[in-house]
Design a protein around this ligand. Structure first.
Ligand code: HEC
Ligand code: HEC
Ligand code: HEC
Length: 467
């Protein structure tokens, strides 16, 4: 009897919690509108929207391989299942053609669609919420003047209960802080512009901040380094692994060109970020660089000195540099012939990475690379296995992939050697199983880890400056 009463009251409590949750979770529908004619938007607003969309990387997620731009359908793998980016062209049936500006701005600010359903945070509205009304107006103008494309978005593949959108109300309650960016009056206008873009549209933290088990960014570890599509998105705070500390100038060059002389080329999911940034409004990359440099903080005297030492040391100090043309058997004197990694490096890598040819066409001396200094060997494994294929239609940095020539063991030996020789960091652990994992997982990765999209265009002047 007692048990029954207990159960009844427990059920009651659960009901009340559920009702409260539903009340909180419920969002009203915003009435559909007729597709606004392109003539209702002025050219300057559309152009501003184009630049903002570039910073927001909208096309990267909302376009599937070989598909029409913004027509959606790209599968975004998450630890919980697959979420498909939707069609955000102004098609009235399958896109957002019937969305009013108010509905669009609500999606950006609150992560709710026109019909009132909660959206998954794979759409980075936890960052886009910071976008101002004015900028949402420009983005809306830009989106509504794109070519409408009829294309149904495939249904998400998510397990119960995550497939119930109402559940997202709980997630939002715990992790989502809606609200426009609030400028910091103690900082410069440029810093504030950079913070607004990096924290908001640029959603840099979506990849560079680690996430908790619920998929939310850890607010106490901002920019401490995260993971994106099988790549390590390096720390951008004081823990930055870059051997030569980043500066406002070098960050500006990297973000707008996709490479930097002392840091190398942006690869993997960072490549489209920099490719897009190259077509954003002049000054935006520098503003973001100003903000990110302040997040990294002034490097210590020791770090600076170490950076100077590394960047000034002549190429001749690289152990592989004495290697002769490919095919020659003899090894440079500094290489330990008993170290299999050293022999592989000398034979397969040194001719490009120690030749002194500047990036992006030449390989970076690896003592300058964040890839040899990072906390995990994920990124160099990706690069070694799959190389840097030639970008389509333009000249670009090319590195052959070694997936077909090197075994997992050989890649692991090579990496152990590179870590020991080119960095002052502790040895990586368990490299070989990671190589095997990445090799096995690569074929499932539809995104930009592989293929020509994985390259930063080498020549920014050849880039499309408008969509
Ligand atoms: C990291 C990937 C990603 C980026 C970047 C991104 N989106 Fe999305 N977006 C998504 C996903 C995934 C969804 C679908 C979420 C869902 O089904 O709950 C979505 C949904 C939307 C929706 C709701 C559409 C609908 O049919 O419900 C709008 C509007 C939207 N995005 C606009 C944008 C704009 C504008 C940008 C650039 C400023 C952008 N997105 C950038 C992944 C992204
Ligand atoms: C989609 C995920 C993603 C987003 C969004 C993203 N990054 Fe990255 N970023 C990466 C990855 C992955 C790397 C490592 C790339 C490599 O190995 O070449 C990286 C590398 C970098 C580097 C080089 C760090 C080093 O030490 O070599 C900088 C700087 C950087 N990102 C800045 C930014 C900024 C600023 C933004 C926002 C405007 C941003 N990133 C947005 C994934 C991302
Ligand atoms: C044909 C020339 C060539 C060969 C051979 C080559 N690379 Fe590269 N590699 C490049 C170029 C070009 C880049 C892009 C510029 C850069 O970032 O270093 C690159 C980039 C890299 C990077 C990223 C560096 C960074 O942080 O930007 C790593 C790591 C790397 N290569 C490792 C290797 C290893 C290990 C081998 C041997 C197994 C090798 N490469 C062989 C040309 C080559």
């Amino acid at each position: 009897m007692r048990m029954v009463r207990y159960l009844a009251s427990a059920v009651g409590v659960v009901m009340i919690v559920m009702l409260a949750g539903i009340a909180y979770a419920w969002r009203s529908q915003i009435s559909p509108v007729d597709v606004p004619p392109a003539s209702s938007f002025d050219a300057a607003t559309i152009a501003r929207g184009a630049s903002l969309a570039a910073v927001g990387n909208c096309s990267v997620c909302h376009t599937k391989a070989g598909g029409e731009v913004f027509a959606g359908g790209l599968a975004l793998p998450t630890p919980f299942g697959t979420i498909y980016a939707t069609n955000i062209t102004p098609d009235p049936e399958t896109g957002i053609g019937r969305w009013s500006e108010q509905a669009f701005a609500r999606a950006m600010r609150e992560g709710v669609d026109r019909e009132g359903r909660h959206l998954y945070p794979a759409f980075p509205y936890d960052h886009f919420t910071k976008v101002t009304d004015e900028d949402n107006r420009a983005l809306y103008a830009y989106m509504m003047t794109r070519k409408p494309v009829r294309s149904e978005t495939p249904p998400n593949e998510l397990p119960f209960p995550i497939n119930v959108r109402m559940v997202l109300a709980g997630w939002k309650l715990l992790f989502f802080k809606p609200g426009v960016y609030q400028p910091d009056s103690t900082k410069s206008a440029e810093w504030n512009r950079g913070a607004y873009l990096a924290e908001g549209l640029g959603h840099c933290g979506a990849c560079h901040t680690p996430r908790n088990l619920m998929g939310a960014e850890k607010t106490d570890q901002l920019y401490a380094g995260g993971e994106a599509e099988g790549w390590n998105a390096y720390a951008l705070n004081a823990a930055s692994p870059a051997p030569v500390p980043w500066t406002v100038d070098s960050l500006t060059r990297y973000l707008s060109n996709g490479y930097e002389e002392q840091h190398g080329v942006a690869r993997g999911p960072m490549a489209p970020v920099t490719a897009n940034m190259g077509s954003a409004a002049p000054g935006d990359a520098k503003a973001i660089a100003t903000y990110i440099a302040s997040v990294m903080g002034e490097p210590s005297v020791e770090r600076k000195a170490r950076g100077e030492g590394v960047s000034k040391s002549p190429a001749a100090q690289s152990p592989g540099v004495l290697v002769q043309a490919a095919g020659s058997q003899s090894l440079p004197v500094t290489v330990d012939p008993k170290d299999p990694g050293a022999a592989i490096y000398a034979a397969a890598c040194s001719s490009c990475h120690d030749a002194g040819r500047p990036v992006p066409y030449g390989g970076l001396p690896l003592r300058l690379s964040s890839a040899t200094h990072g906390p995990t060997p994920m990124n160099p494994i990706n690069v070694i296995l799959y190389g840097l294929p030639a970008p389509e239609g333009e000249r670009g940095p090319i590195m052959p992939g070694f997936a077909g020539t090197l075994t997992d063991r050989q890649v692991a030996d090579l990496l152990a050697y590179m870590r020991k020789t080119f960095s002052d960091q502790p040895a990586w652990k368990d490299i070989e199983p990671l190589v095997a994992d990445i090799r096995a997982g690569a074929k499932d990765t539809e995104l930009h880890s592989l293929g020509s999209d994985g390259n930063a265009p080498a020549n920014p002047t050849k880039r499309e400056t408008s969509w």
